[in-house]
Design a binder for this molecule. Structure first.
Ligand code: KG4
Ligand code: ZN
Length: 335
């Protein structure tokens, strides 16, 4: 079964061709960093316009790279949300148009669920052991779920304020680093001392598996303000390192606790922040031989291969098209 995946939830326009949920024949991603950089974050209206400009060229390139024709596609799988409404509409309408023109079914997929699926994409599904812990740490979302099977989740914890990636992006702006912030903070942090400052991620009263990253962000801001201009440049790398250490350490600590508490047999991570090498290192140090699965770096960020992959599995369970009046859902949750 050849599935065309379409992703346009935020600031990446992507089309992919994936065979039977696993074999990625193409995964073309057009990033919009150039237009959002000067705003230090995504400018929604500009994002929608760029999606509209590039979606057809991206689709053509995905077909060309996979070396298949439009008529050979069996299913169209599109990210229906959560995301920016204007951006989502471009992908959704493209999917509907193709579905009508080609007389092929289309299916709307939850983007954050697809982030979790990305870590399973290269695995033999017969060997997966559930329940497992799933963690998505991206620019828009941070949550932990107990995965009972693909498509069946129980929410364990979520963020009370900023998503992990959002905190990285905001701290990057404070440090005067280029957009997108996560990779810039990681780069600067690699030169600094992570124990120079004792930043702490938030603890949410009576919700031990929830996250809070807005306090640490304010802490970074006040620390920067308290420094004299002469030592600011030297200290920035230590601030980046200490901030990264606190955020990553918090995610690892809460994951360990959740695995014990919920009897999980494996851990799946996804989302942009799961690219972070320090996070991966801390997980590996704390979890020993416990099975942890990460997406390849290309599959951590927003991409259409994960949308196509998950679409395949959902279609196997429910083999009919979504209705043509399916609306994009800017705010859907996972459950
Ligand atoms: O998953 P993603 O592409 O988009 C969303 O669905 O939100 O994640 C993007 C987020 C951004 O906030 C970016 O700064 C962060 O992931 N990110 C990182 C790293 N690479 C990307 N954060 C920390 N370290 C990184 N290496
Ligand atoms: Zn995403």
């Amino acid at each position: 079964l050849f599935v065309l995946g379409i992703e346009s939830t935020c600031d990446e326009t992507s089309c992919a061709i994936v065979e039977s949920g696993h074999r990625i024949l193409s995964n073309i991603v057009a990033s919009q960093e150039d237009i959002h950089e000067k705003y230090g974050g995504v400018f929604p209206e500009l994002a929608s316009r760029r999606h509209l400009d590039v979606i057809i060229p991206v689709l053509k390139k995905a077909l060309e790279t996979a070396n298949i024709r439009l008529q050979d596609i069996d299913l169209i799988s599109v990210a229906k949300g959560p995301g920016l409404i204007g951006a989502l509409m471009i992908g959704m309408n493209t999917a509907k148009g193709l579905s009508v023109a080609l007389q092929k079914p289309f299916i709307g997929i939850n983007h954050v669920e697809a982030h979790l699926y990305a870590a399973m994409m290269n695995l033999d599904h017969r060997t997966l052991s559930f329940p497992a812990l799933g963690i998505v740490v991206s620019g828009g979302h941070t949550f932990m779920v107990k995965i009972l099977e693909i498509g069946h989740y129980q929410l364990i914890g979520t963020t009370q304020d900023d998503a992990a990636g959002e905190a990285f992006d905001k701290v990057a702006v404070m440090l005067g680093l280029p957009y997108p912030g996560g990779p810039s903070v990681e780069k600067l942090a690699s030169l600094g001392n992570p124990s120079r400052y004792s930043f702490k991620a938030g603890y949410v009263k009576e919700r031990p598996f929830d996250f809070s990253f807005s306090g640490i962000k304010t802490n970074v801001l006040y620390t920067l303000k308290s420094l004299s201009p002469s030592c600011l440049d030297v200290e920035k790398k230590h601030i980046a390192a200490s901030f990264q250490e606190a955020v990553c350490g918090d995610i690892v600590k809460k994951s360990l606790k959740a695995i014990q508490h919920f009897g999980c047999k494996a851990l799946f991570l996804g989302g942009g922040v799961s690219q972070n090498e320090r996070l991966r290192h801390l997980f590996q140090m704390s979890f020993g031989s416990f099975p942890i699965f990460w997406p390849s770096k290309a599959l951590c960020l927003d991409n259409a291969a994960m949308i196509a992959g998950l679409g395949y599995h959902q279609f196997l369970k429910r083999p009919f098209s979504d209705p043509l009046d399916l609306e994009p859902s800017p705010r859907i949750s996972l459950l």
